[in-house]
Design a protein around this ligand. Structure first.
Ligand code: SIN
Length: 281
């Protein structure tokens, strides 16, 4: 049986204690972890010491892994691992703060990833936290009138504009034609239902959501801005302060996240694997 220690007053985040992710995990424990991620949305494993193969092996217990479109961030011998490393790693392009905007990973794909597993190797003494917001709670807290308005609405998600905005000191190139072809704009329901539990979550994010299908642009922008402001209210947000050896497993179907700033004289090195998902319903 899993040993779970809540990290928020709600069910949102829980630490999973007494588990060594460098070792193979038995089928019963995997099932318990799957149940836990459906219940809690964010699982925190502290004090881990895993190499790349062990990170991949643990991640694969939850599904096939995604390989990111932007190859310069992928570890050369481990393309399923994206290196969020401000000094670069084995030739990867350095990223100071790649996820410093609210998003759900890769929501711009027709089948966005179910979850992500981020492992910390080097962290600055302060800052460089990851903020997470609870999109089930954000949905539940909407007025009945707003829930009715959102019923059946779909939003367009895309990557190209966000990629261009992210920077690297203004020197970042645009996506190539081949990369753009991999990430055409897609639409997803604004309210997403977890097929395993029936729970509903808001599924729009500042990073990749561009507009609402069938709505005039100004009306669409206004509604998206209102939803974005709502989802970022502090009552829904958990700030993860990283320690070396933390692995955080989050459910992209039910959360958004955003990395915070830090003093880049310090190294920050994180490895992320990303689990493939289903068409949102
Ligand atoms: C991410 O956006 O997946 C990474 C967040 C972080 O670097 O804290």
């Amino acid at each position: 049986m899993l040993s779970l220690k809540p990290m928020t007053t709600t069910k949102f985040v829980t630490e999973v204690e007494d588990i060594d992710l460098s070792q193979p995990i038995d089928a019963v424990t995997i099932k318990d972890l799957r149940d836990a991620i459906n219940r809690h949305s964010i699982l925190v494993f502290r004090g881990q010491s895993i190499d790349n193969d062990q990170h991949l092996a643990f991640s694969r217990n939850f599904g096939d892994l995604e390989i990111h479109t932007v190859k310069q961030y992928l570890l050369p011998d481990y393309p399923e691992i994206i290196a969020l490393a401000n000094r670069g790693e084995n030739g990867t392009t350095p990223i100071d703060n790649g996820g410093a905007y609210w998003h759900s990973d890769i929501s711009y794909k027709a089948k966005p990833p179910m979850g992500s597993l981020l492992y910390s190797l080097e962290v600055p003494p302060e800052g460089g936290d990851t903020l997470y917001t609870d999109m089930y709670a954000a949905y539940d807290a909407l007025s009945e009138e707003m829930k009715g308005t959102l019923e059946g609405l779909r939003a367009v998600h895309g990557y190209a504009a966000r990629f261009a905005k992210m920077g690297e000191g203004g020197k970042r190139p645009q996506l190539s034609a081949a990369q753009l072809a991999e990430v055409p704009e897609v639409s997803h329901p604004i309210v997403r239902t977890n097929p395993e539990t029936g729970r509903k979550a808001l599924y729009v994010n500042e990073g990749f959501t561009l507009s609402i299908v069938g709505m005039a642009m100004d009306e669409s922008r206004d509604l998206l801005d209102r939803l974005t402001a709502h989802t970022m209210e502090p009552r829904f947000v958990y700030a993860h302060k990283w320690r070396v050896g933390d692995l955080v497993f989050w459910d992209n179907r039910a959360t958004m996240h955003c990395a915070t700033a830090y003093d880049t004289q310090y190294a920050r090195t994180m490895h992320r694997t990303t689990i493939q998902g289903d068409v949102p319903i």
